[in-house]
Design a protein around this ligand. Structure first.
Ligand SMILES: [Zn+2]
Length: 278
């Protein structure tokens, strides 16, 4: 589970599950699902949705034309496949669906095929940051339970929970490296495989080792000193490091490439994308 506090620095235990087996999961999609997804992707993109995309997801405007076309197709698949559930009285509308789906699908643009978060079952949307009780171990072994406001959360059981106000804020500035949708869906990608190795989509051993080295070194550096490109929350653990690095990769690619070339290179291979060139 990735739990993302509004204030960075909470010692949250996030379950890091790697994606070594993700390729297997993707390949295991039944043919009728693949066919249905192919059909969905070729449907004309509704004009009202295009207007929402234009207004709410400036990050999508940067995309080269082929990737933008692919994004529109993936958004159709995502919205057709994934139930959105409004929480705390929120009524989910197309603006929410398109804004969330488009940002989630940015992470899939470089992947081949029609698979679209095969293990994701629901997206839960709260109007504002939602409050959950959090247990903390205090000195002396005392356990305290404090309420904590979260912008988003990602569960290994296939749920992403988002605060709509935070989704809007994250999308509105496409260059601040702060985006709760990219963050939580990076956790979903990380959780997709089953192994706690934090190496999504990488099946070859050399690449896995290289990635582990880059993450280990980057984490140590971030714990020592703040980074120009990465939010300090990434120093929590490898799962948060990957999620925070994903936010920077899509929103501040040039800064990330300059500050941490090996990390940028690994993410470019992982996502099969080069956002610094967009
Ligand atoms: Zn997180």
């Amino acid at each position: 589970m990735g739990s993302d506090a509004l204030q960075a620095g909470w010692p949250l235990a996030a379950l890091v599950l790697g994606l070594g087996a993700a390729g297997v999961a993707l390949l295991a999609q039944p043919w009728w699902t693949r066919r249905r997804h192919r059909q969905l992707r070729t449907l004309p993109f509704p004009r009202a949705w295009a207007r929402i995309l234009q207004r709410r997801v400036p990050l999508a405007q940067r995309l080269p034309a082929p990737l933008r076309r692919r994004l529109l197709g993936l958004v159709q698949v995502f919205i057709a496949d994934k139930p959105f559930i409004g929480c705390a009285g929120l009524k989910v509308d197309d603006e929410m669906r398109v804004t969330i789906a488009a940002q989630a699908c940015l992470l899939l643009l470089g992947q081949a095929g029609e698979a679209c978060y095969p293990r994701l079952r629901q997206v839960l949307v709260y109007p504002e940051p939602f409050v959950v009780p959090r247990r903390q171990m205090l000195p002396g072994g005392v356990v305290s339970e404090q309420p904590q406001a979260l912008a988003g959360e990602s569960w290994a059981q296939g749920q992403v929970i988002l605060a709509w106000s935070e989704v809007l804020a994250g999308a509105a500035d496409p260059a601040d490296g702060c985006n709760v949708v990219l963050h939580e869906f990076a956790h979903q990608i990380d959780q997709d495989g089953g192994d706690a190795d934090g190496r999504p989509w990488q099946q070859d051993e050399a690449a896995r080792q290289r990635w582990a080295g880059v993450v280990g070194e980057g984490l140590a550096r971030l714990r020592e000193a703040p980074s120009e490109a990465l939010d300090a929350y990434g120093s929590t653990d490898p799962a948060e490091y990957f999620a925070v690095a994903t936010e920077a990769f899509f929103e501040r690619p040039q800064a990330l490439r300059e500050a941490a070339p090996p990390l940028y290179g690994e993410l470019a291979q992982l996502y099969r994308l080069d956002p610094a060139a967009w």
